[in-house]
Design a protein around this ligand. Structure first.
Ligand code: FAD
Length: 444
């Protein structure tokens, strides 16, 4: 008899997971706290667009929805750095044909919900999970308007309810699972560069734009309508922080002195500043990610991370693909499958945290450093000569399905080697010589 499952949360990962489960022949009910996004698009200064990379695509492809998502995706081939004078420097992400994609979070969520429903998943809105009975595999929901309580029992449940997951909290409270939430010292705020005439783009739409400024940065990714969603990441307190940005003058002075070319493109900067929320960022670590054969966590509920590698959603999509593959491997034996899922995904959840924090430093600081850009050029040359011996860390994370933990370990070893190489006298002049390639080879 086909299994009946409850998914808590119809966000990006819950929606994709429901598609996978429906395709296995399970009966799937998805309960979402929010209103139906499709009747009323709610963005309120959180119009986030997301970078979708290879492992996200791999999961979408296996669920059979890659071509639908491609219709709303904009290819992004490079980083474009904007300096204090508005001068631009490009850094390609990979080789010819390798790129990440910019996708609107809301559009993607709506698409995945529609596809899940079309394939047979049942979606229920305004249903907030308030309690879980893990022994009985039962979830209690409260209707957010009528406050009516409903108890749903199923064969198993999946917590896809995001960074502040109630399912995870119940696991931690009732089963003493490990849990840590670390908020970082930086907050973020979104701002929009509007489209130009007739929906034209005011910046190159096929680039991820960064204004790296050491301790803080601004970045922008294109939307389909010609606009760019931009995000300022800055410290909560101290120099150049959110704390000192309150009055119109403070905000306008800050942007025009630090991000002059950006400021010229945003006429209603202060209005946006006031109306868009400032949000916190944090890292979730928890373990295990399951209880017996009744429940498991996927996506941000298990491993919410900071957005600097653009991997939170990608990792969540990978969770769905791997979980589905394990159900195949274990012939749908839930007990063994859930245990294995926890064991193999946890190191990857940790890997994505390490990578994301590492890339924050790279983006906000290193991308403005000519020596760092040179290092990347040398690595690229070596990896093109010896693709079996070396893949740059960014490529491993964004253009392959190598596990995050492995990518992180290899990446750190490679970084050590490159630190040695960069000590070579006059490296700026000799970097292109064969000896440099041989030297890297000798370290391997
Ligand atoms: P969510 O998207 O948070 O969805 C959880 C769902 O559960 C929501 O719909 C919520 O309403 C619902 N819910 C919550 N509580 C309950 C409850 N009690 N009962 C019922 N339903 C509930 N990732 C990338 O891969 N690339 C990027 O470029 C990228 N950029 C980002 C930029 C920013 C600024 C941020 C903040 C994140 C970014 N991410 C990125 C991360 C990405 O947004 C998340 O990893 C992804 O949304 C996680 O999906 P999810 O479905 O697990 O959680």
């Amino acid at each position: 008899m086909s299994k009946e499952i409850t998914i808590v949360g119809a966000g990006l990962v819950g929606s994709l997971c429901s598609l996978y489960m429906i395709k296995r022949g399970y009966k799937v009910n998805v309960f979402e706290r929010r209103k139906d996004l499709r009747s009323e698009i709610i963005t309120a200064g959180k119009s986030i667009n997301l970078a979708l990379s290879t492992r996200g695509w791999t999961a979408l492809k296996e669920a059979g929805v890659e071509s639908e998502v491609m219709k709303i995706a904009i290819p992004v081939h490079k980083r474009t750095m904007h300096d204090l004078k508005g001068r631009l420097t490009d850094q390609p992400y990979g080789n010819e044909g390798e790129c990440i994609y910019s996708v609107s979070r809301v559009k993607m969520n709506v698409l995945l919900m529609n596809l899940a429903e079309k394939n047979g998943a049942k979606l229920y809105f305004n249903k907030k999970c308030i309690d879980v009975d893990f022994e009985k595999s039962a979830v209690t929901f409260e209707h957010t308007e009528s406050k009516k309580i409903q108890n749903i029992k199923s064969d198993f449940l999946i917590g896809a309810d995001g960074a502040f997951s109630v399912v995870r909290k119940q696991m931690v409270d009732k089963h003493k699972h490990d849990y840590e939430y670390n908020e970082i010292d930086h907050d973020y705020k979104e701002l929009l560069i509007p489209s130009g005439k007739e929906g034209s783009y005011l910046l190159d739409k096929n680039a991820l734009h960064i204004w790296p400024r050491g301790e803080f940065m601004l970045m922008a990714l294109a939307n389909l309508d010609g606009s760019f969603t931009c995000t300022l990441f800055a410290p909560k307190k101290g120099k150049n922080s959110f704390e000192g940005l309150n009055t119109k003058k403070e905000v306008e002075d800050y942007f025009s002195s630090i991000f002059p070319d950006f400021t010229e493109l945003v006429p209603d900067l202060y209005e946006q500043w006031q109306s868009n929320p400032t949000s916190t960022l944090g890292i979730v670590r928890t373990y295990p990610w399951h209880i017996n054969n009744t429940s498991l966590l996927i996506g941000d509920s298990a491993h919410a991370t900071v957005p600097f590698y653009g991997q939170g959603m990608n990792c969540g999509f990978e969770d769905c693909r791997i979980f589905n593959a394990l159900l195949d491997d274990y012939n749908d034996d839930l007990q063994s499958c859930f245990k294995k899922y926890s064991e193999i995904r946890k190191p990857n959840g940790d890997g994505v945290q390490d990578l994301s924090m590492h890339n924050f430093i790279v983006m906000r600081d290193k991308t403005a450093d000519p020596m760092f850009l040179l290092q990347k050029k040398i690595e690229k040359k070596f990896s093109n000569l010896y693709p079996d011996k070396w893949q740059p860390l960014y490529s491993m994370v964004s253009f392959t399905n190598i596990s995050y933990s492995e990518a992180w370990n290899i990446g750190m070893k490679q970084e050590k080697i490159m630190q040695e190489i960069m000590q070579t006298p006059n490296i700026e002049d000799v970097w292109d010589n064969d000896e440099i390639m041989q030297k890297i080879n000798s370290f391997l």
